[in-house]
Design a protein around this ligand. Sequence first.
Ligand SMILES: Nc1ncnc2c1ncn2[C@@H]1O[C@H](COP(=O)(O)OP(=O)(O)OP(=O)(O)O)[C@@H](O)[C@H]1O
Ligand SMILES: [Mg+2]
Length: 320
Amino acid sequence: MSSPLLQIENLSLGFQTEGGLLRAVEGLSLSVEEGQIVSLVGESGCGKSITALSIARLIPSVQYLGGRILLAGRDTLTLSRRELRQIRGKVVSYIFQDPALALNPTLTIGAQILEVLLLHQPKAATRESCITALEQVGIPSPELRIDEYPHQLSGGMKQRALIAMALASRPRLLVADEPTTALDVTIQAQILQLLASLRSSHQMSILLITHNLGIVSQFADHVAVMYAGQLVESGPVRQVLQTPAHPYTRALLASVPQLGGRRRLSSIQGQVPPLHAMPAGCRFGPRCTERHGGCKELTPDLRAHPTLAGHYTRCLPPRP
Ligand SMILES: Nc1ncnc2c1ncn2[C@@H]1O[C@H](COP(=O)(O)OP(=O)(O)OP(=O)(O)O)[C@@H](O)[C@H]1O
Ligand SMILES: [Mg+2]
């Protein structure tokens, strides 16, 4: 088998603060195969965005404490600034939660796409190509929209324009960090359908960060669940959602709002621990309804599921 497009191995990240080093991501491993949609889930503050941004080294203040990030066979943690600039866009592109913040309000949509094309595919940097780029992401009347400014577009259309920009560089990996959280539910579905179809038409891989397990089950092939800076479970989507092996995954699933009027079934008691006060032993222990004596004493490793292939979990079985 060929090696994955993205392979994060044992990555640890931290931030230097006045109070000392805060460890924000601990020993995280994750891979994304060519053409695969991998979803990264977990509550707010678990480390999803900093992990994703680290792939192209987009956070200046982060400290890389260990591990490797192999993207298309190259370790991005060892690349020079120049090499990184080449990788950003050509190999990996990003779209974020709030499209309004990511677009330049003073330039037309067309001018912004043209900029990306000039950088990555100068021969294609024409008005025609920009119109095609907008057409591909389902923007109606692209020949008119191209001359509009971001404020003239709705939220959904802005996100489409950003996707068009991200794709204009023909990335092999698209990192989508909560790409639809700021949008209406119906628009959310359209944008996700669009990403799923672009994955096929452009043979692109997608790292999709979301809080929404419904989105995971519908769009992702593989899911990685993060809790307090660590991976607690990962595996094929159907398997993880149908037979979750970690109590945190089970708790997340139990808090998914149900269709048909039933409100939240239960929300997870307590909070994600702050970086400066990680509990000893299992980090989820203090909130876990299934905890036992060993959880406080031993730090669980991520281990292969005893029977399910490709499925990993970080949970200590109770002592007999
Ligand atoms: N520049 C920074 N300096 C110090 N700590 C930071 C910095 N950026 C992020 N953190 C901390 O790192 C942790 C992980 O943050 P991150 O943004 O990756 O969370 P997240 O899982 O993406 O959450 P959300 O779902 O809210 O987007 C948090 O505790 C956050 O406070
Ligand atoms: Mg985030």
